[in-house]
Design a protein around this ligand. Structure first.
Ligand SMILES: *[C@@H]1O[C@H](CO)[C@@H](O)[C@H](O)[C@H]1NC(C)=O
Ligand SMILES: *[C@@H]1O[C@H](CO)[C@@H](O)[C@H](O)[C@H]1NC(C)=O
Ligand SMILES: *[C@@H]1O[C@H](CO)[C@@H](O)[C@H](O)[C@H]1NC(C)=O
Length: 485
């Protein structure tokens, strides 16, 4: 309209002005249609336009309380406009020396070994895509995510947040990379089915029978649905809680509290040990619905360290509870697990936990408790060693694990990563844009800053050491002559 002089506008006959109005009206409709179309096709980090993973079904997310326009404008704002402002990320200068990584970081080489000779081709990655819920591509320090399936709760949000924090922690140091992730519980790439072409899939746990590559799970940054804050906060508060009662005053039996009904045979068997006199164990059910309604009053982890023994039982797969159980300083009684997460491979029976036989749970718990009560200083030392192990695994170390895993993995790619056409850029702002108020609070509390030291020094590959450790562990667990059978 500005192109017309005032005079011409005024002199327009009614007919053309009607057409102009019609034109503007149609253009507006077209824009609205396009925006609506975009909004109904854009897959988002909180699950818009995504189906649950077919290999692990769960109720699809609904966004019933959003209006159509509200949703469309949110998607445009968060997914397309949030990351437009460029943040200036330079290289940092380190003021501290790098430390030695914990010994178990050696497992990074072990996990990537299947591709150490063949390397990872683009075709290989596209096969892995069939098992992925999202794909993470990093190019020049920028993060692009392609969403394939929805994940339960806020797993994607917190996992991607963790990767963004890693980029912030070591600016300019994370190599270009292209990775397939699954966010559901159980590993999926059986070695026996995929020996001809191992598929690289990152997830939160693995087993010796799978190629799945373990990666730190979302709960290190927080798990809002069960009121868990960032790992460092939780560790500090659990450790403090563990010190309120001295060892000899702690209750002389084993304790477990959680959800026993998660399709986990060991948890169901463990319910039968709920008798402090007969088996030395107290097994309590966590009623999450009730906890949510009373503001998580009875689920505070820091007030669950009053027992000399804490039981760890796997859930549907690995359980995020392991790190909190170990943090208590009580003797961890670990029912020998099927699943391993990235750090549990660093634990050693009789050093930082006592193994419990899954075939004989109640008598095995009873033996461990009786042994510990008659060997108080040894038992206390095992509890302290478990707590020390978790203390060493602070967030700096978690980022270092991610750093080394991603760096070693990137060396195996035999193609140059490029941004997939359908992938959206994600940045701190886009995640905070989608997060609800509670999530935003926890995300912000778990934000990191550039490291003042380079990543810890990764131990070199050594398959022999790992083989020996596995063998030693097996021997200790199976040793029938010892007290704990
Ligand atoms: C919709 O409800 C969820 C959960 O009740 C809440 O987190 C979210 O902020 C709501 N969204 C809108 C647009 O009101
Ligand atoms: C275990 O026993 C205690 C005390 O007898 C009881 O309060 C609790 O509900 C039992 N736990 C389960 C999971 O049934
Ligand atoms: C088995 O346990 C006994 C008793 O603790 C110990 O003396 C022995 O060295 C152990 N054997 C192995 C192979 O670890």
């Amino acid at each position: 309209m500005a192109l017309f002089s005032r005079k011409t506008v005024l002199s327009l006959s009614p007919l053309p002005s009607f057409f102009i109005v019609l034109l503007i009206f149609s253009l507006t409709l077209l824009v609205l249609y396009k925006v609506d179309n975009l909004a109904s096709q854009t897959k988002t980090i909180i699950g818009h336009n995504l189906e649950p993973t077919p290999w692990h079904l769960f109720p699809a997310k609904t966004f019933n309380n959003e209006t159509k326009i509200g949703r469309a404008s949110k998607i445009v704002r968060c997914s397309y406009l949030s990351c437009l402002t460029k943040s200036n990320i330079g290289q940092t200068t380190f003021t501290r020396e790098s430390e030695k990584c914990p010994d178990f970081y050696r497992w990074i080489h072990h996990d990537l070994e299947p591709w150490s000779h063949t390397r990872i081709s683009y075709a290989n990655l596209m096969e892995a895509k069939k098992f992925a819920s999202f794909r993470v591509v990093i190019i020049s320090g920028k993060l692009y995510v392609d969403y394939y399936y929805n994940c339960v709760l806020s797993r994607t949000l917190f996992t991607i947040w963790g990767i963004l924090q890693l980029l912030k922690r070591y600016p300019g140091s994370i190599p270009d990379v292209d990775m397939m992730f699954d966010c559901m519980d159980r590993p999926i790439v059986y070695k026996r089915d995929h020996s001809a072409m191992p598929l690289p899939i990152f997830r939160y746990c693995t087993t010796p029978d799978h190629f799945d590559i373990p990666f730190p799970d979302w709960s290190f940054w927080g798990w809002v649905e069960v009121n868990l804050g960032p790992w460092e906060e939780e560790f500090e508060s659990i450790k403090k809680g563990s010190q309120t009662i001295p060892w000899e005053k702690k209750l002389p039996y084993a304790y477990w509290k959680g959800n026993p009904y998660v399709n986990s045979p060991v948890r169901e068997k463990m319910l039968l040990c709920n008798d402090t006199k007969k088996w030395g164990a107290q097994i309590l059910r966590q009623n999450w619905a009730h906890e949510i309604s009373v503001g998580f009053k009875h689920s505070k982890l820091s007030s669950q360290c009053n027992h000399r023994y804490k039981i760890y039982a796997e859930g549907y797969a690995w359980s995020v509870s392991l790190k909190y159980i170990l943090s208590c300083g009580s003797v961890p009684l670990i029912i020998n697990p099927l699943y391993e997460d990235f750090f549990s491979r660093g634990l050693f029976p009789k050093q930082n936990y006592l193994p419990i036989s899954p075939d004989n749970i109640c008598p095995s718990i009873k033996n461990a408790v009786e042994w510990g009560n008659s060997h108080p200083s040894e038992a206390e030392a095992i509890g302290k060693a478990g707590q020390g192990f978790m203390e060493e695994l602070n967030m700096e170390r978690v980022y270092d694990y991610m750093y080394h895993l991603i760096t070693e993995y990137s060396k195996l790619l035999d193609f140059k990563p490029v941004r997939p056409e359908s992938a959206l850029e994600e940045c701190v702002e886009s995640l905070l844009c989608y997060a609800d108020e509670t999530q935003r609070g926890v995300l912000e509390r778990s934000a990191t800053f550039p490291s003042s030291a380079p990543p810890c020094k990764l131990p070199p590959p050594n398959a022999e050491i790992i083989k020996k450790q596995i063998e030693e562990k097996r021997k200790v667990i199976l040793n029938k002559t010892q007290l704990i059978t």
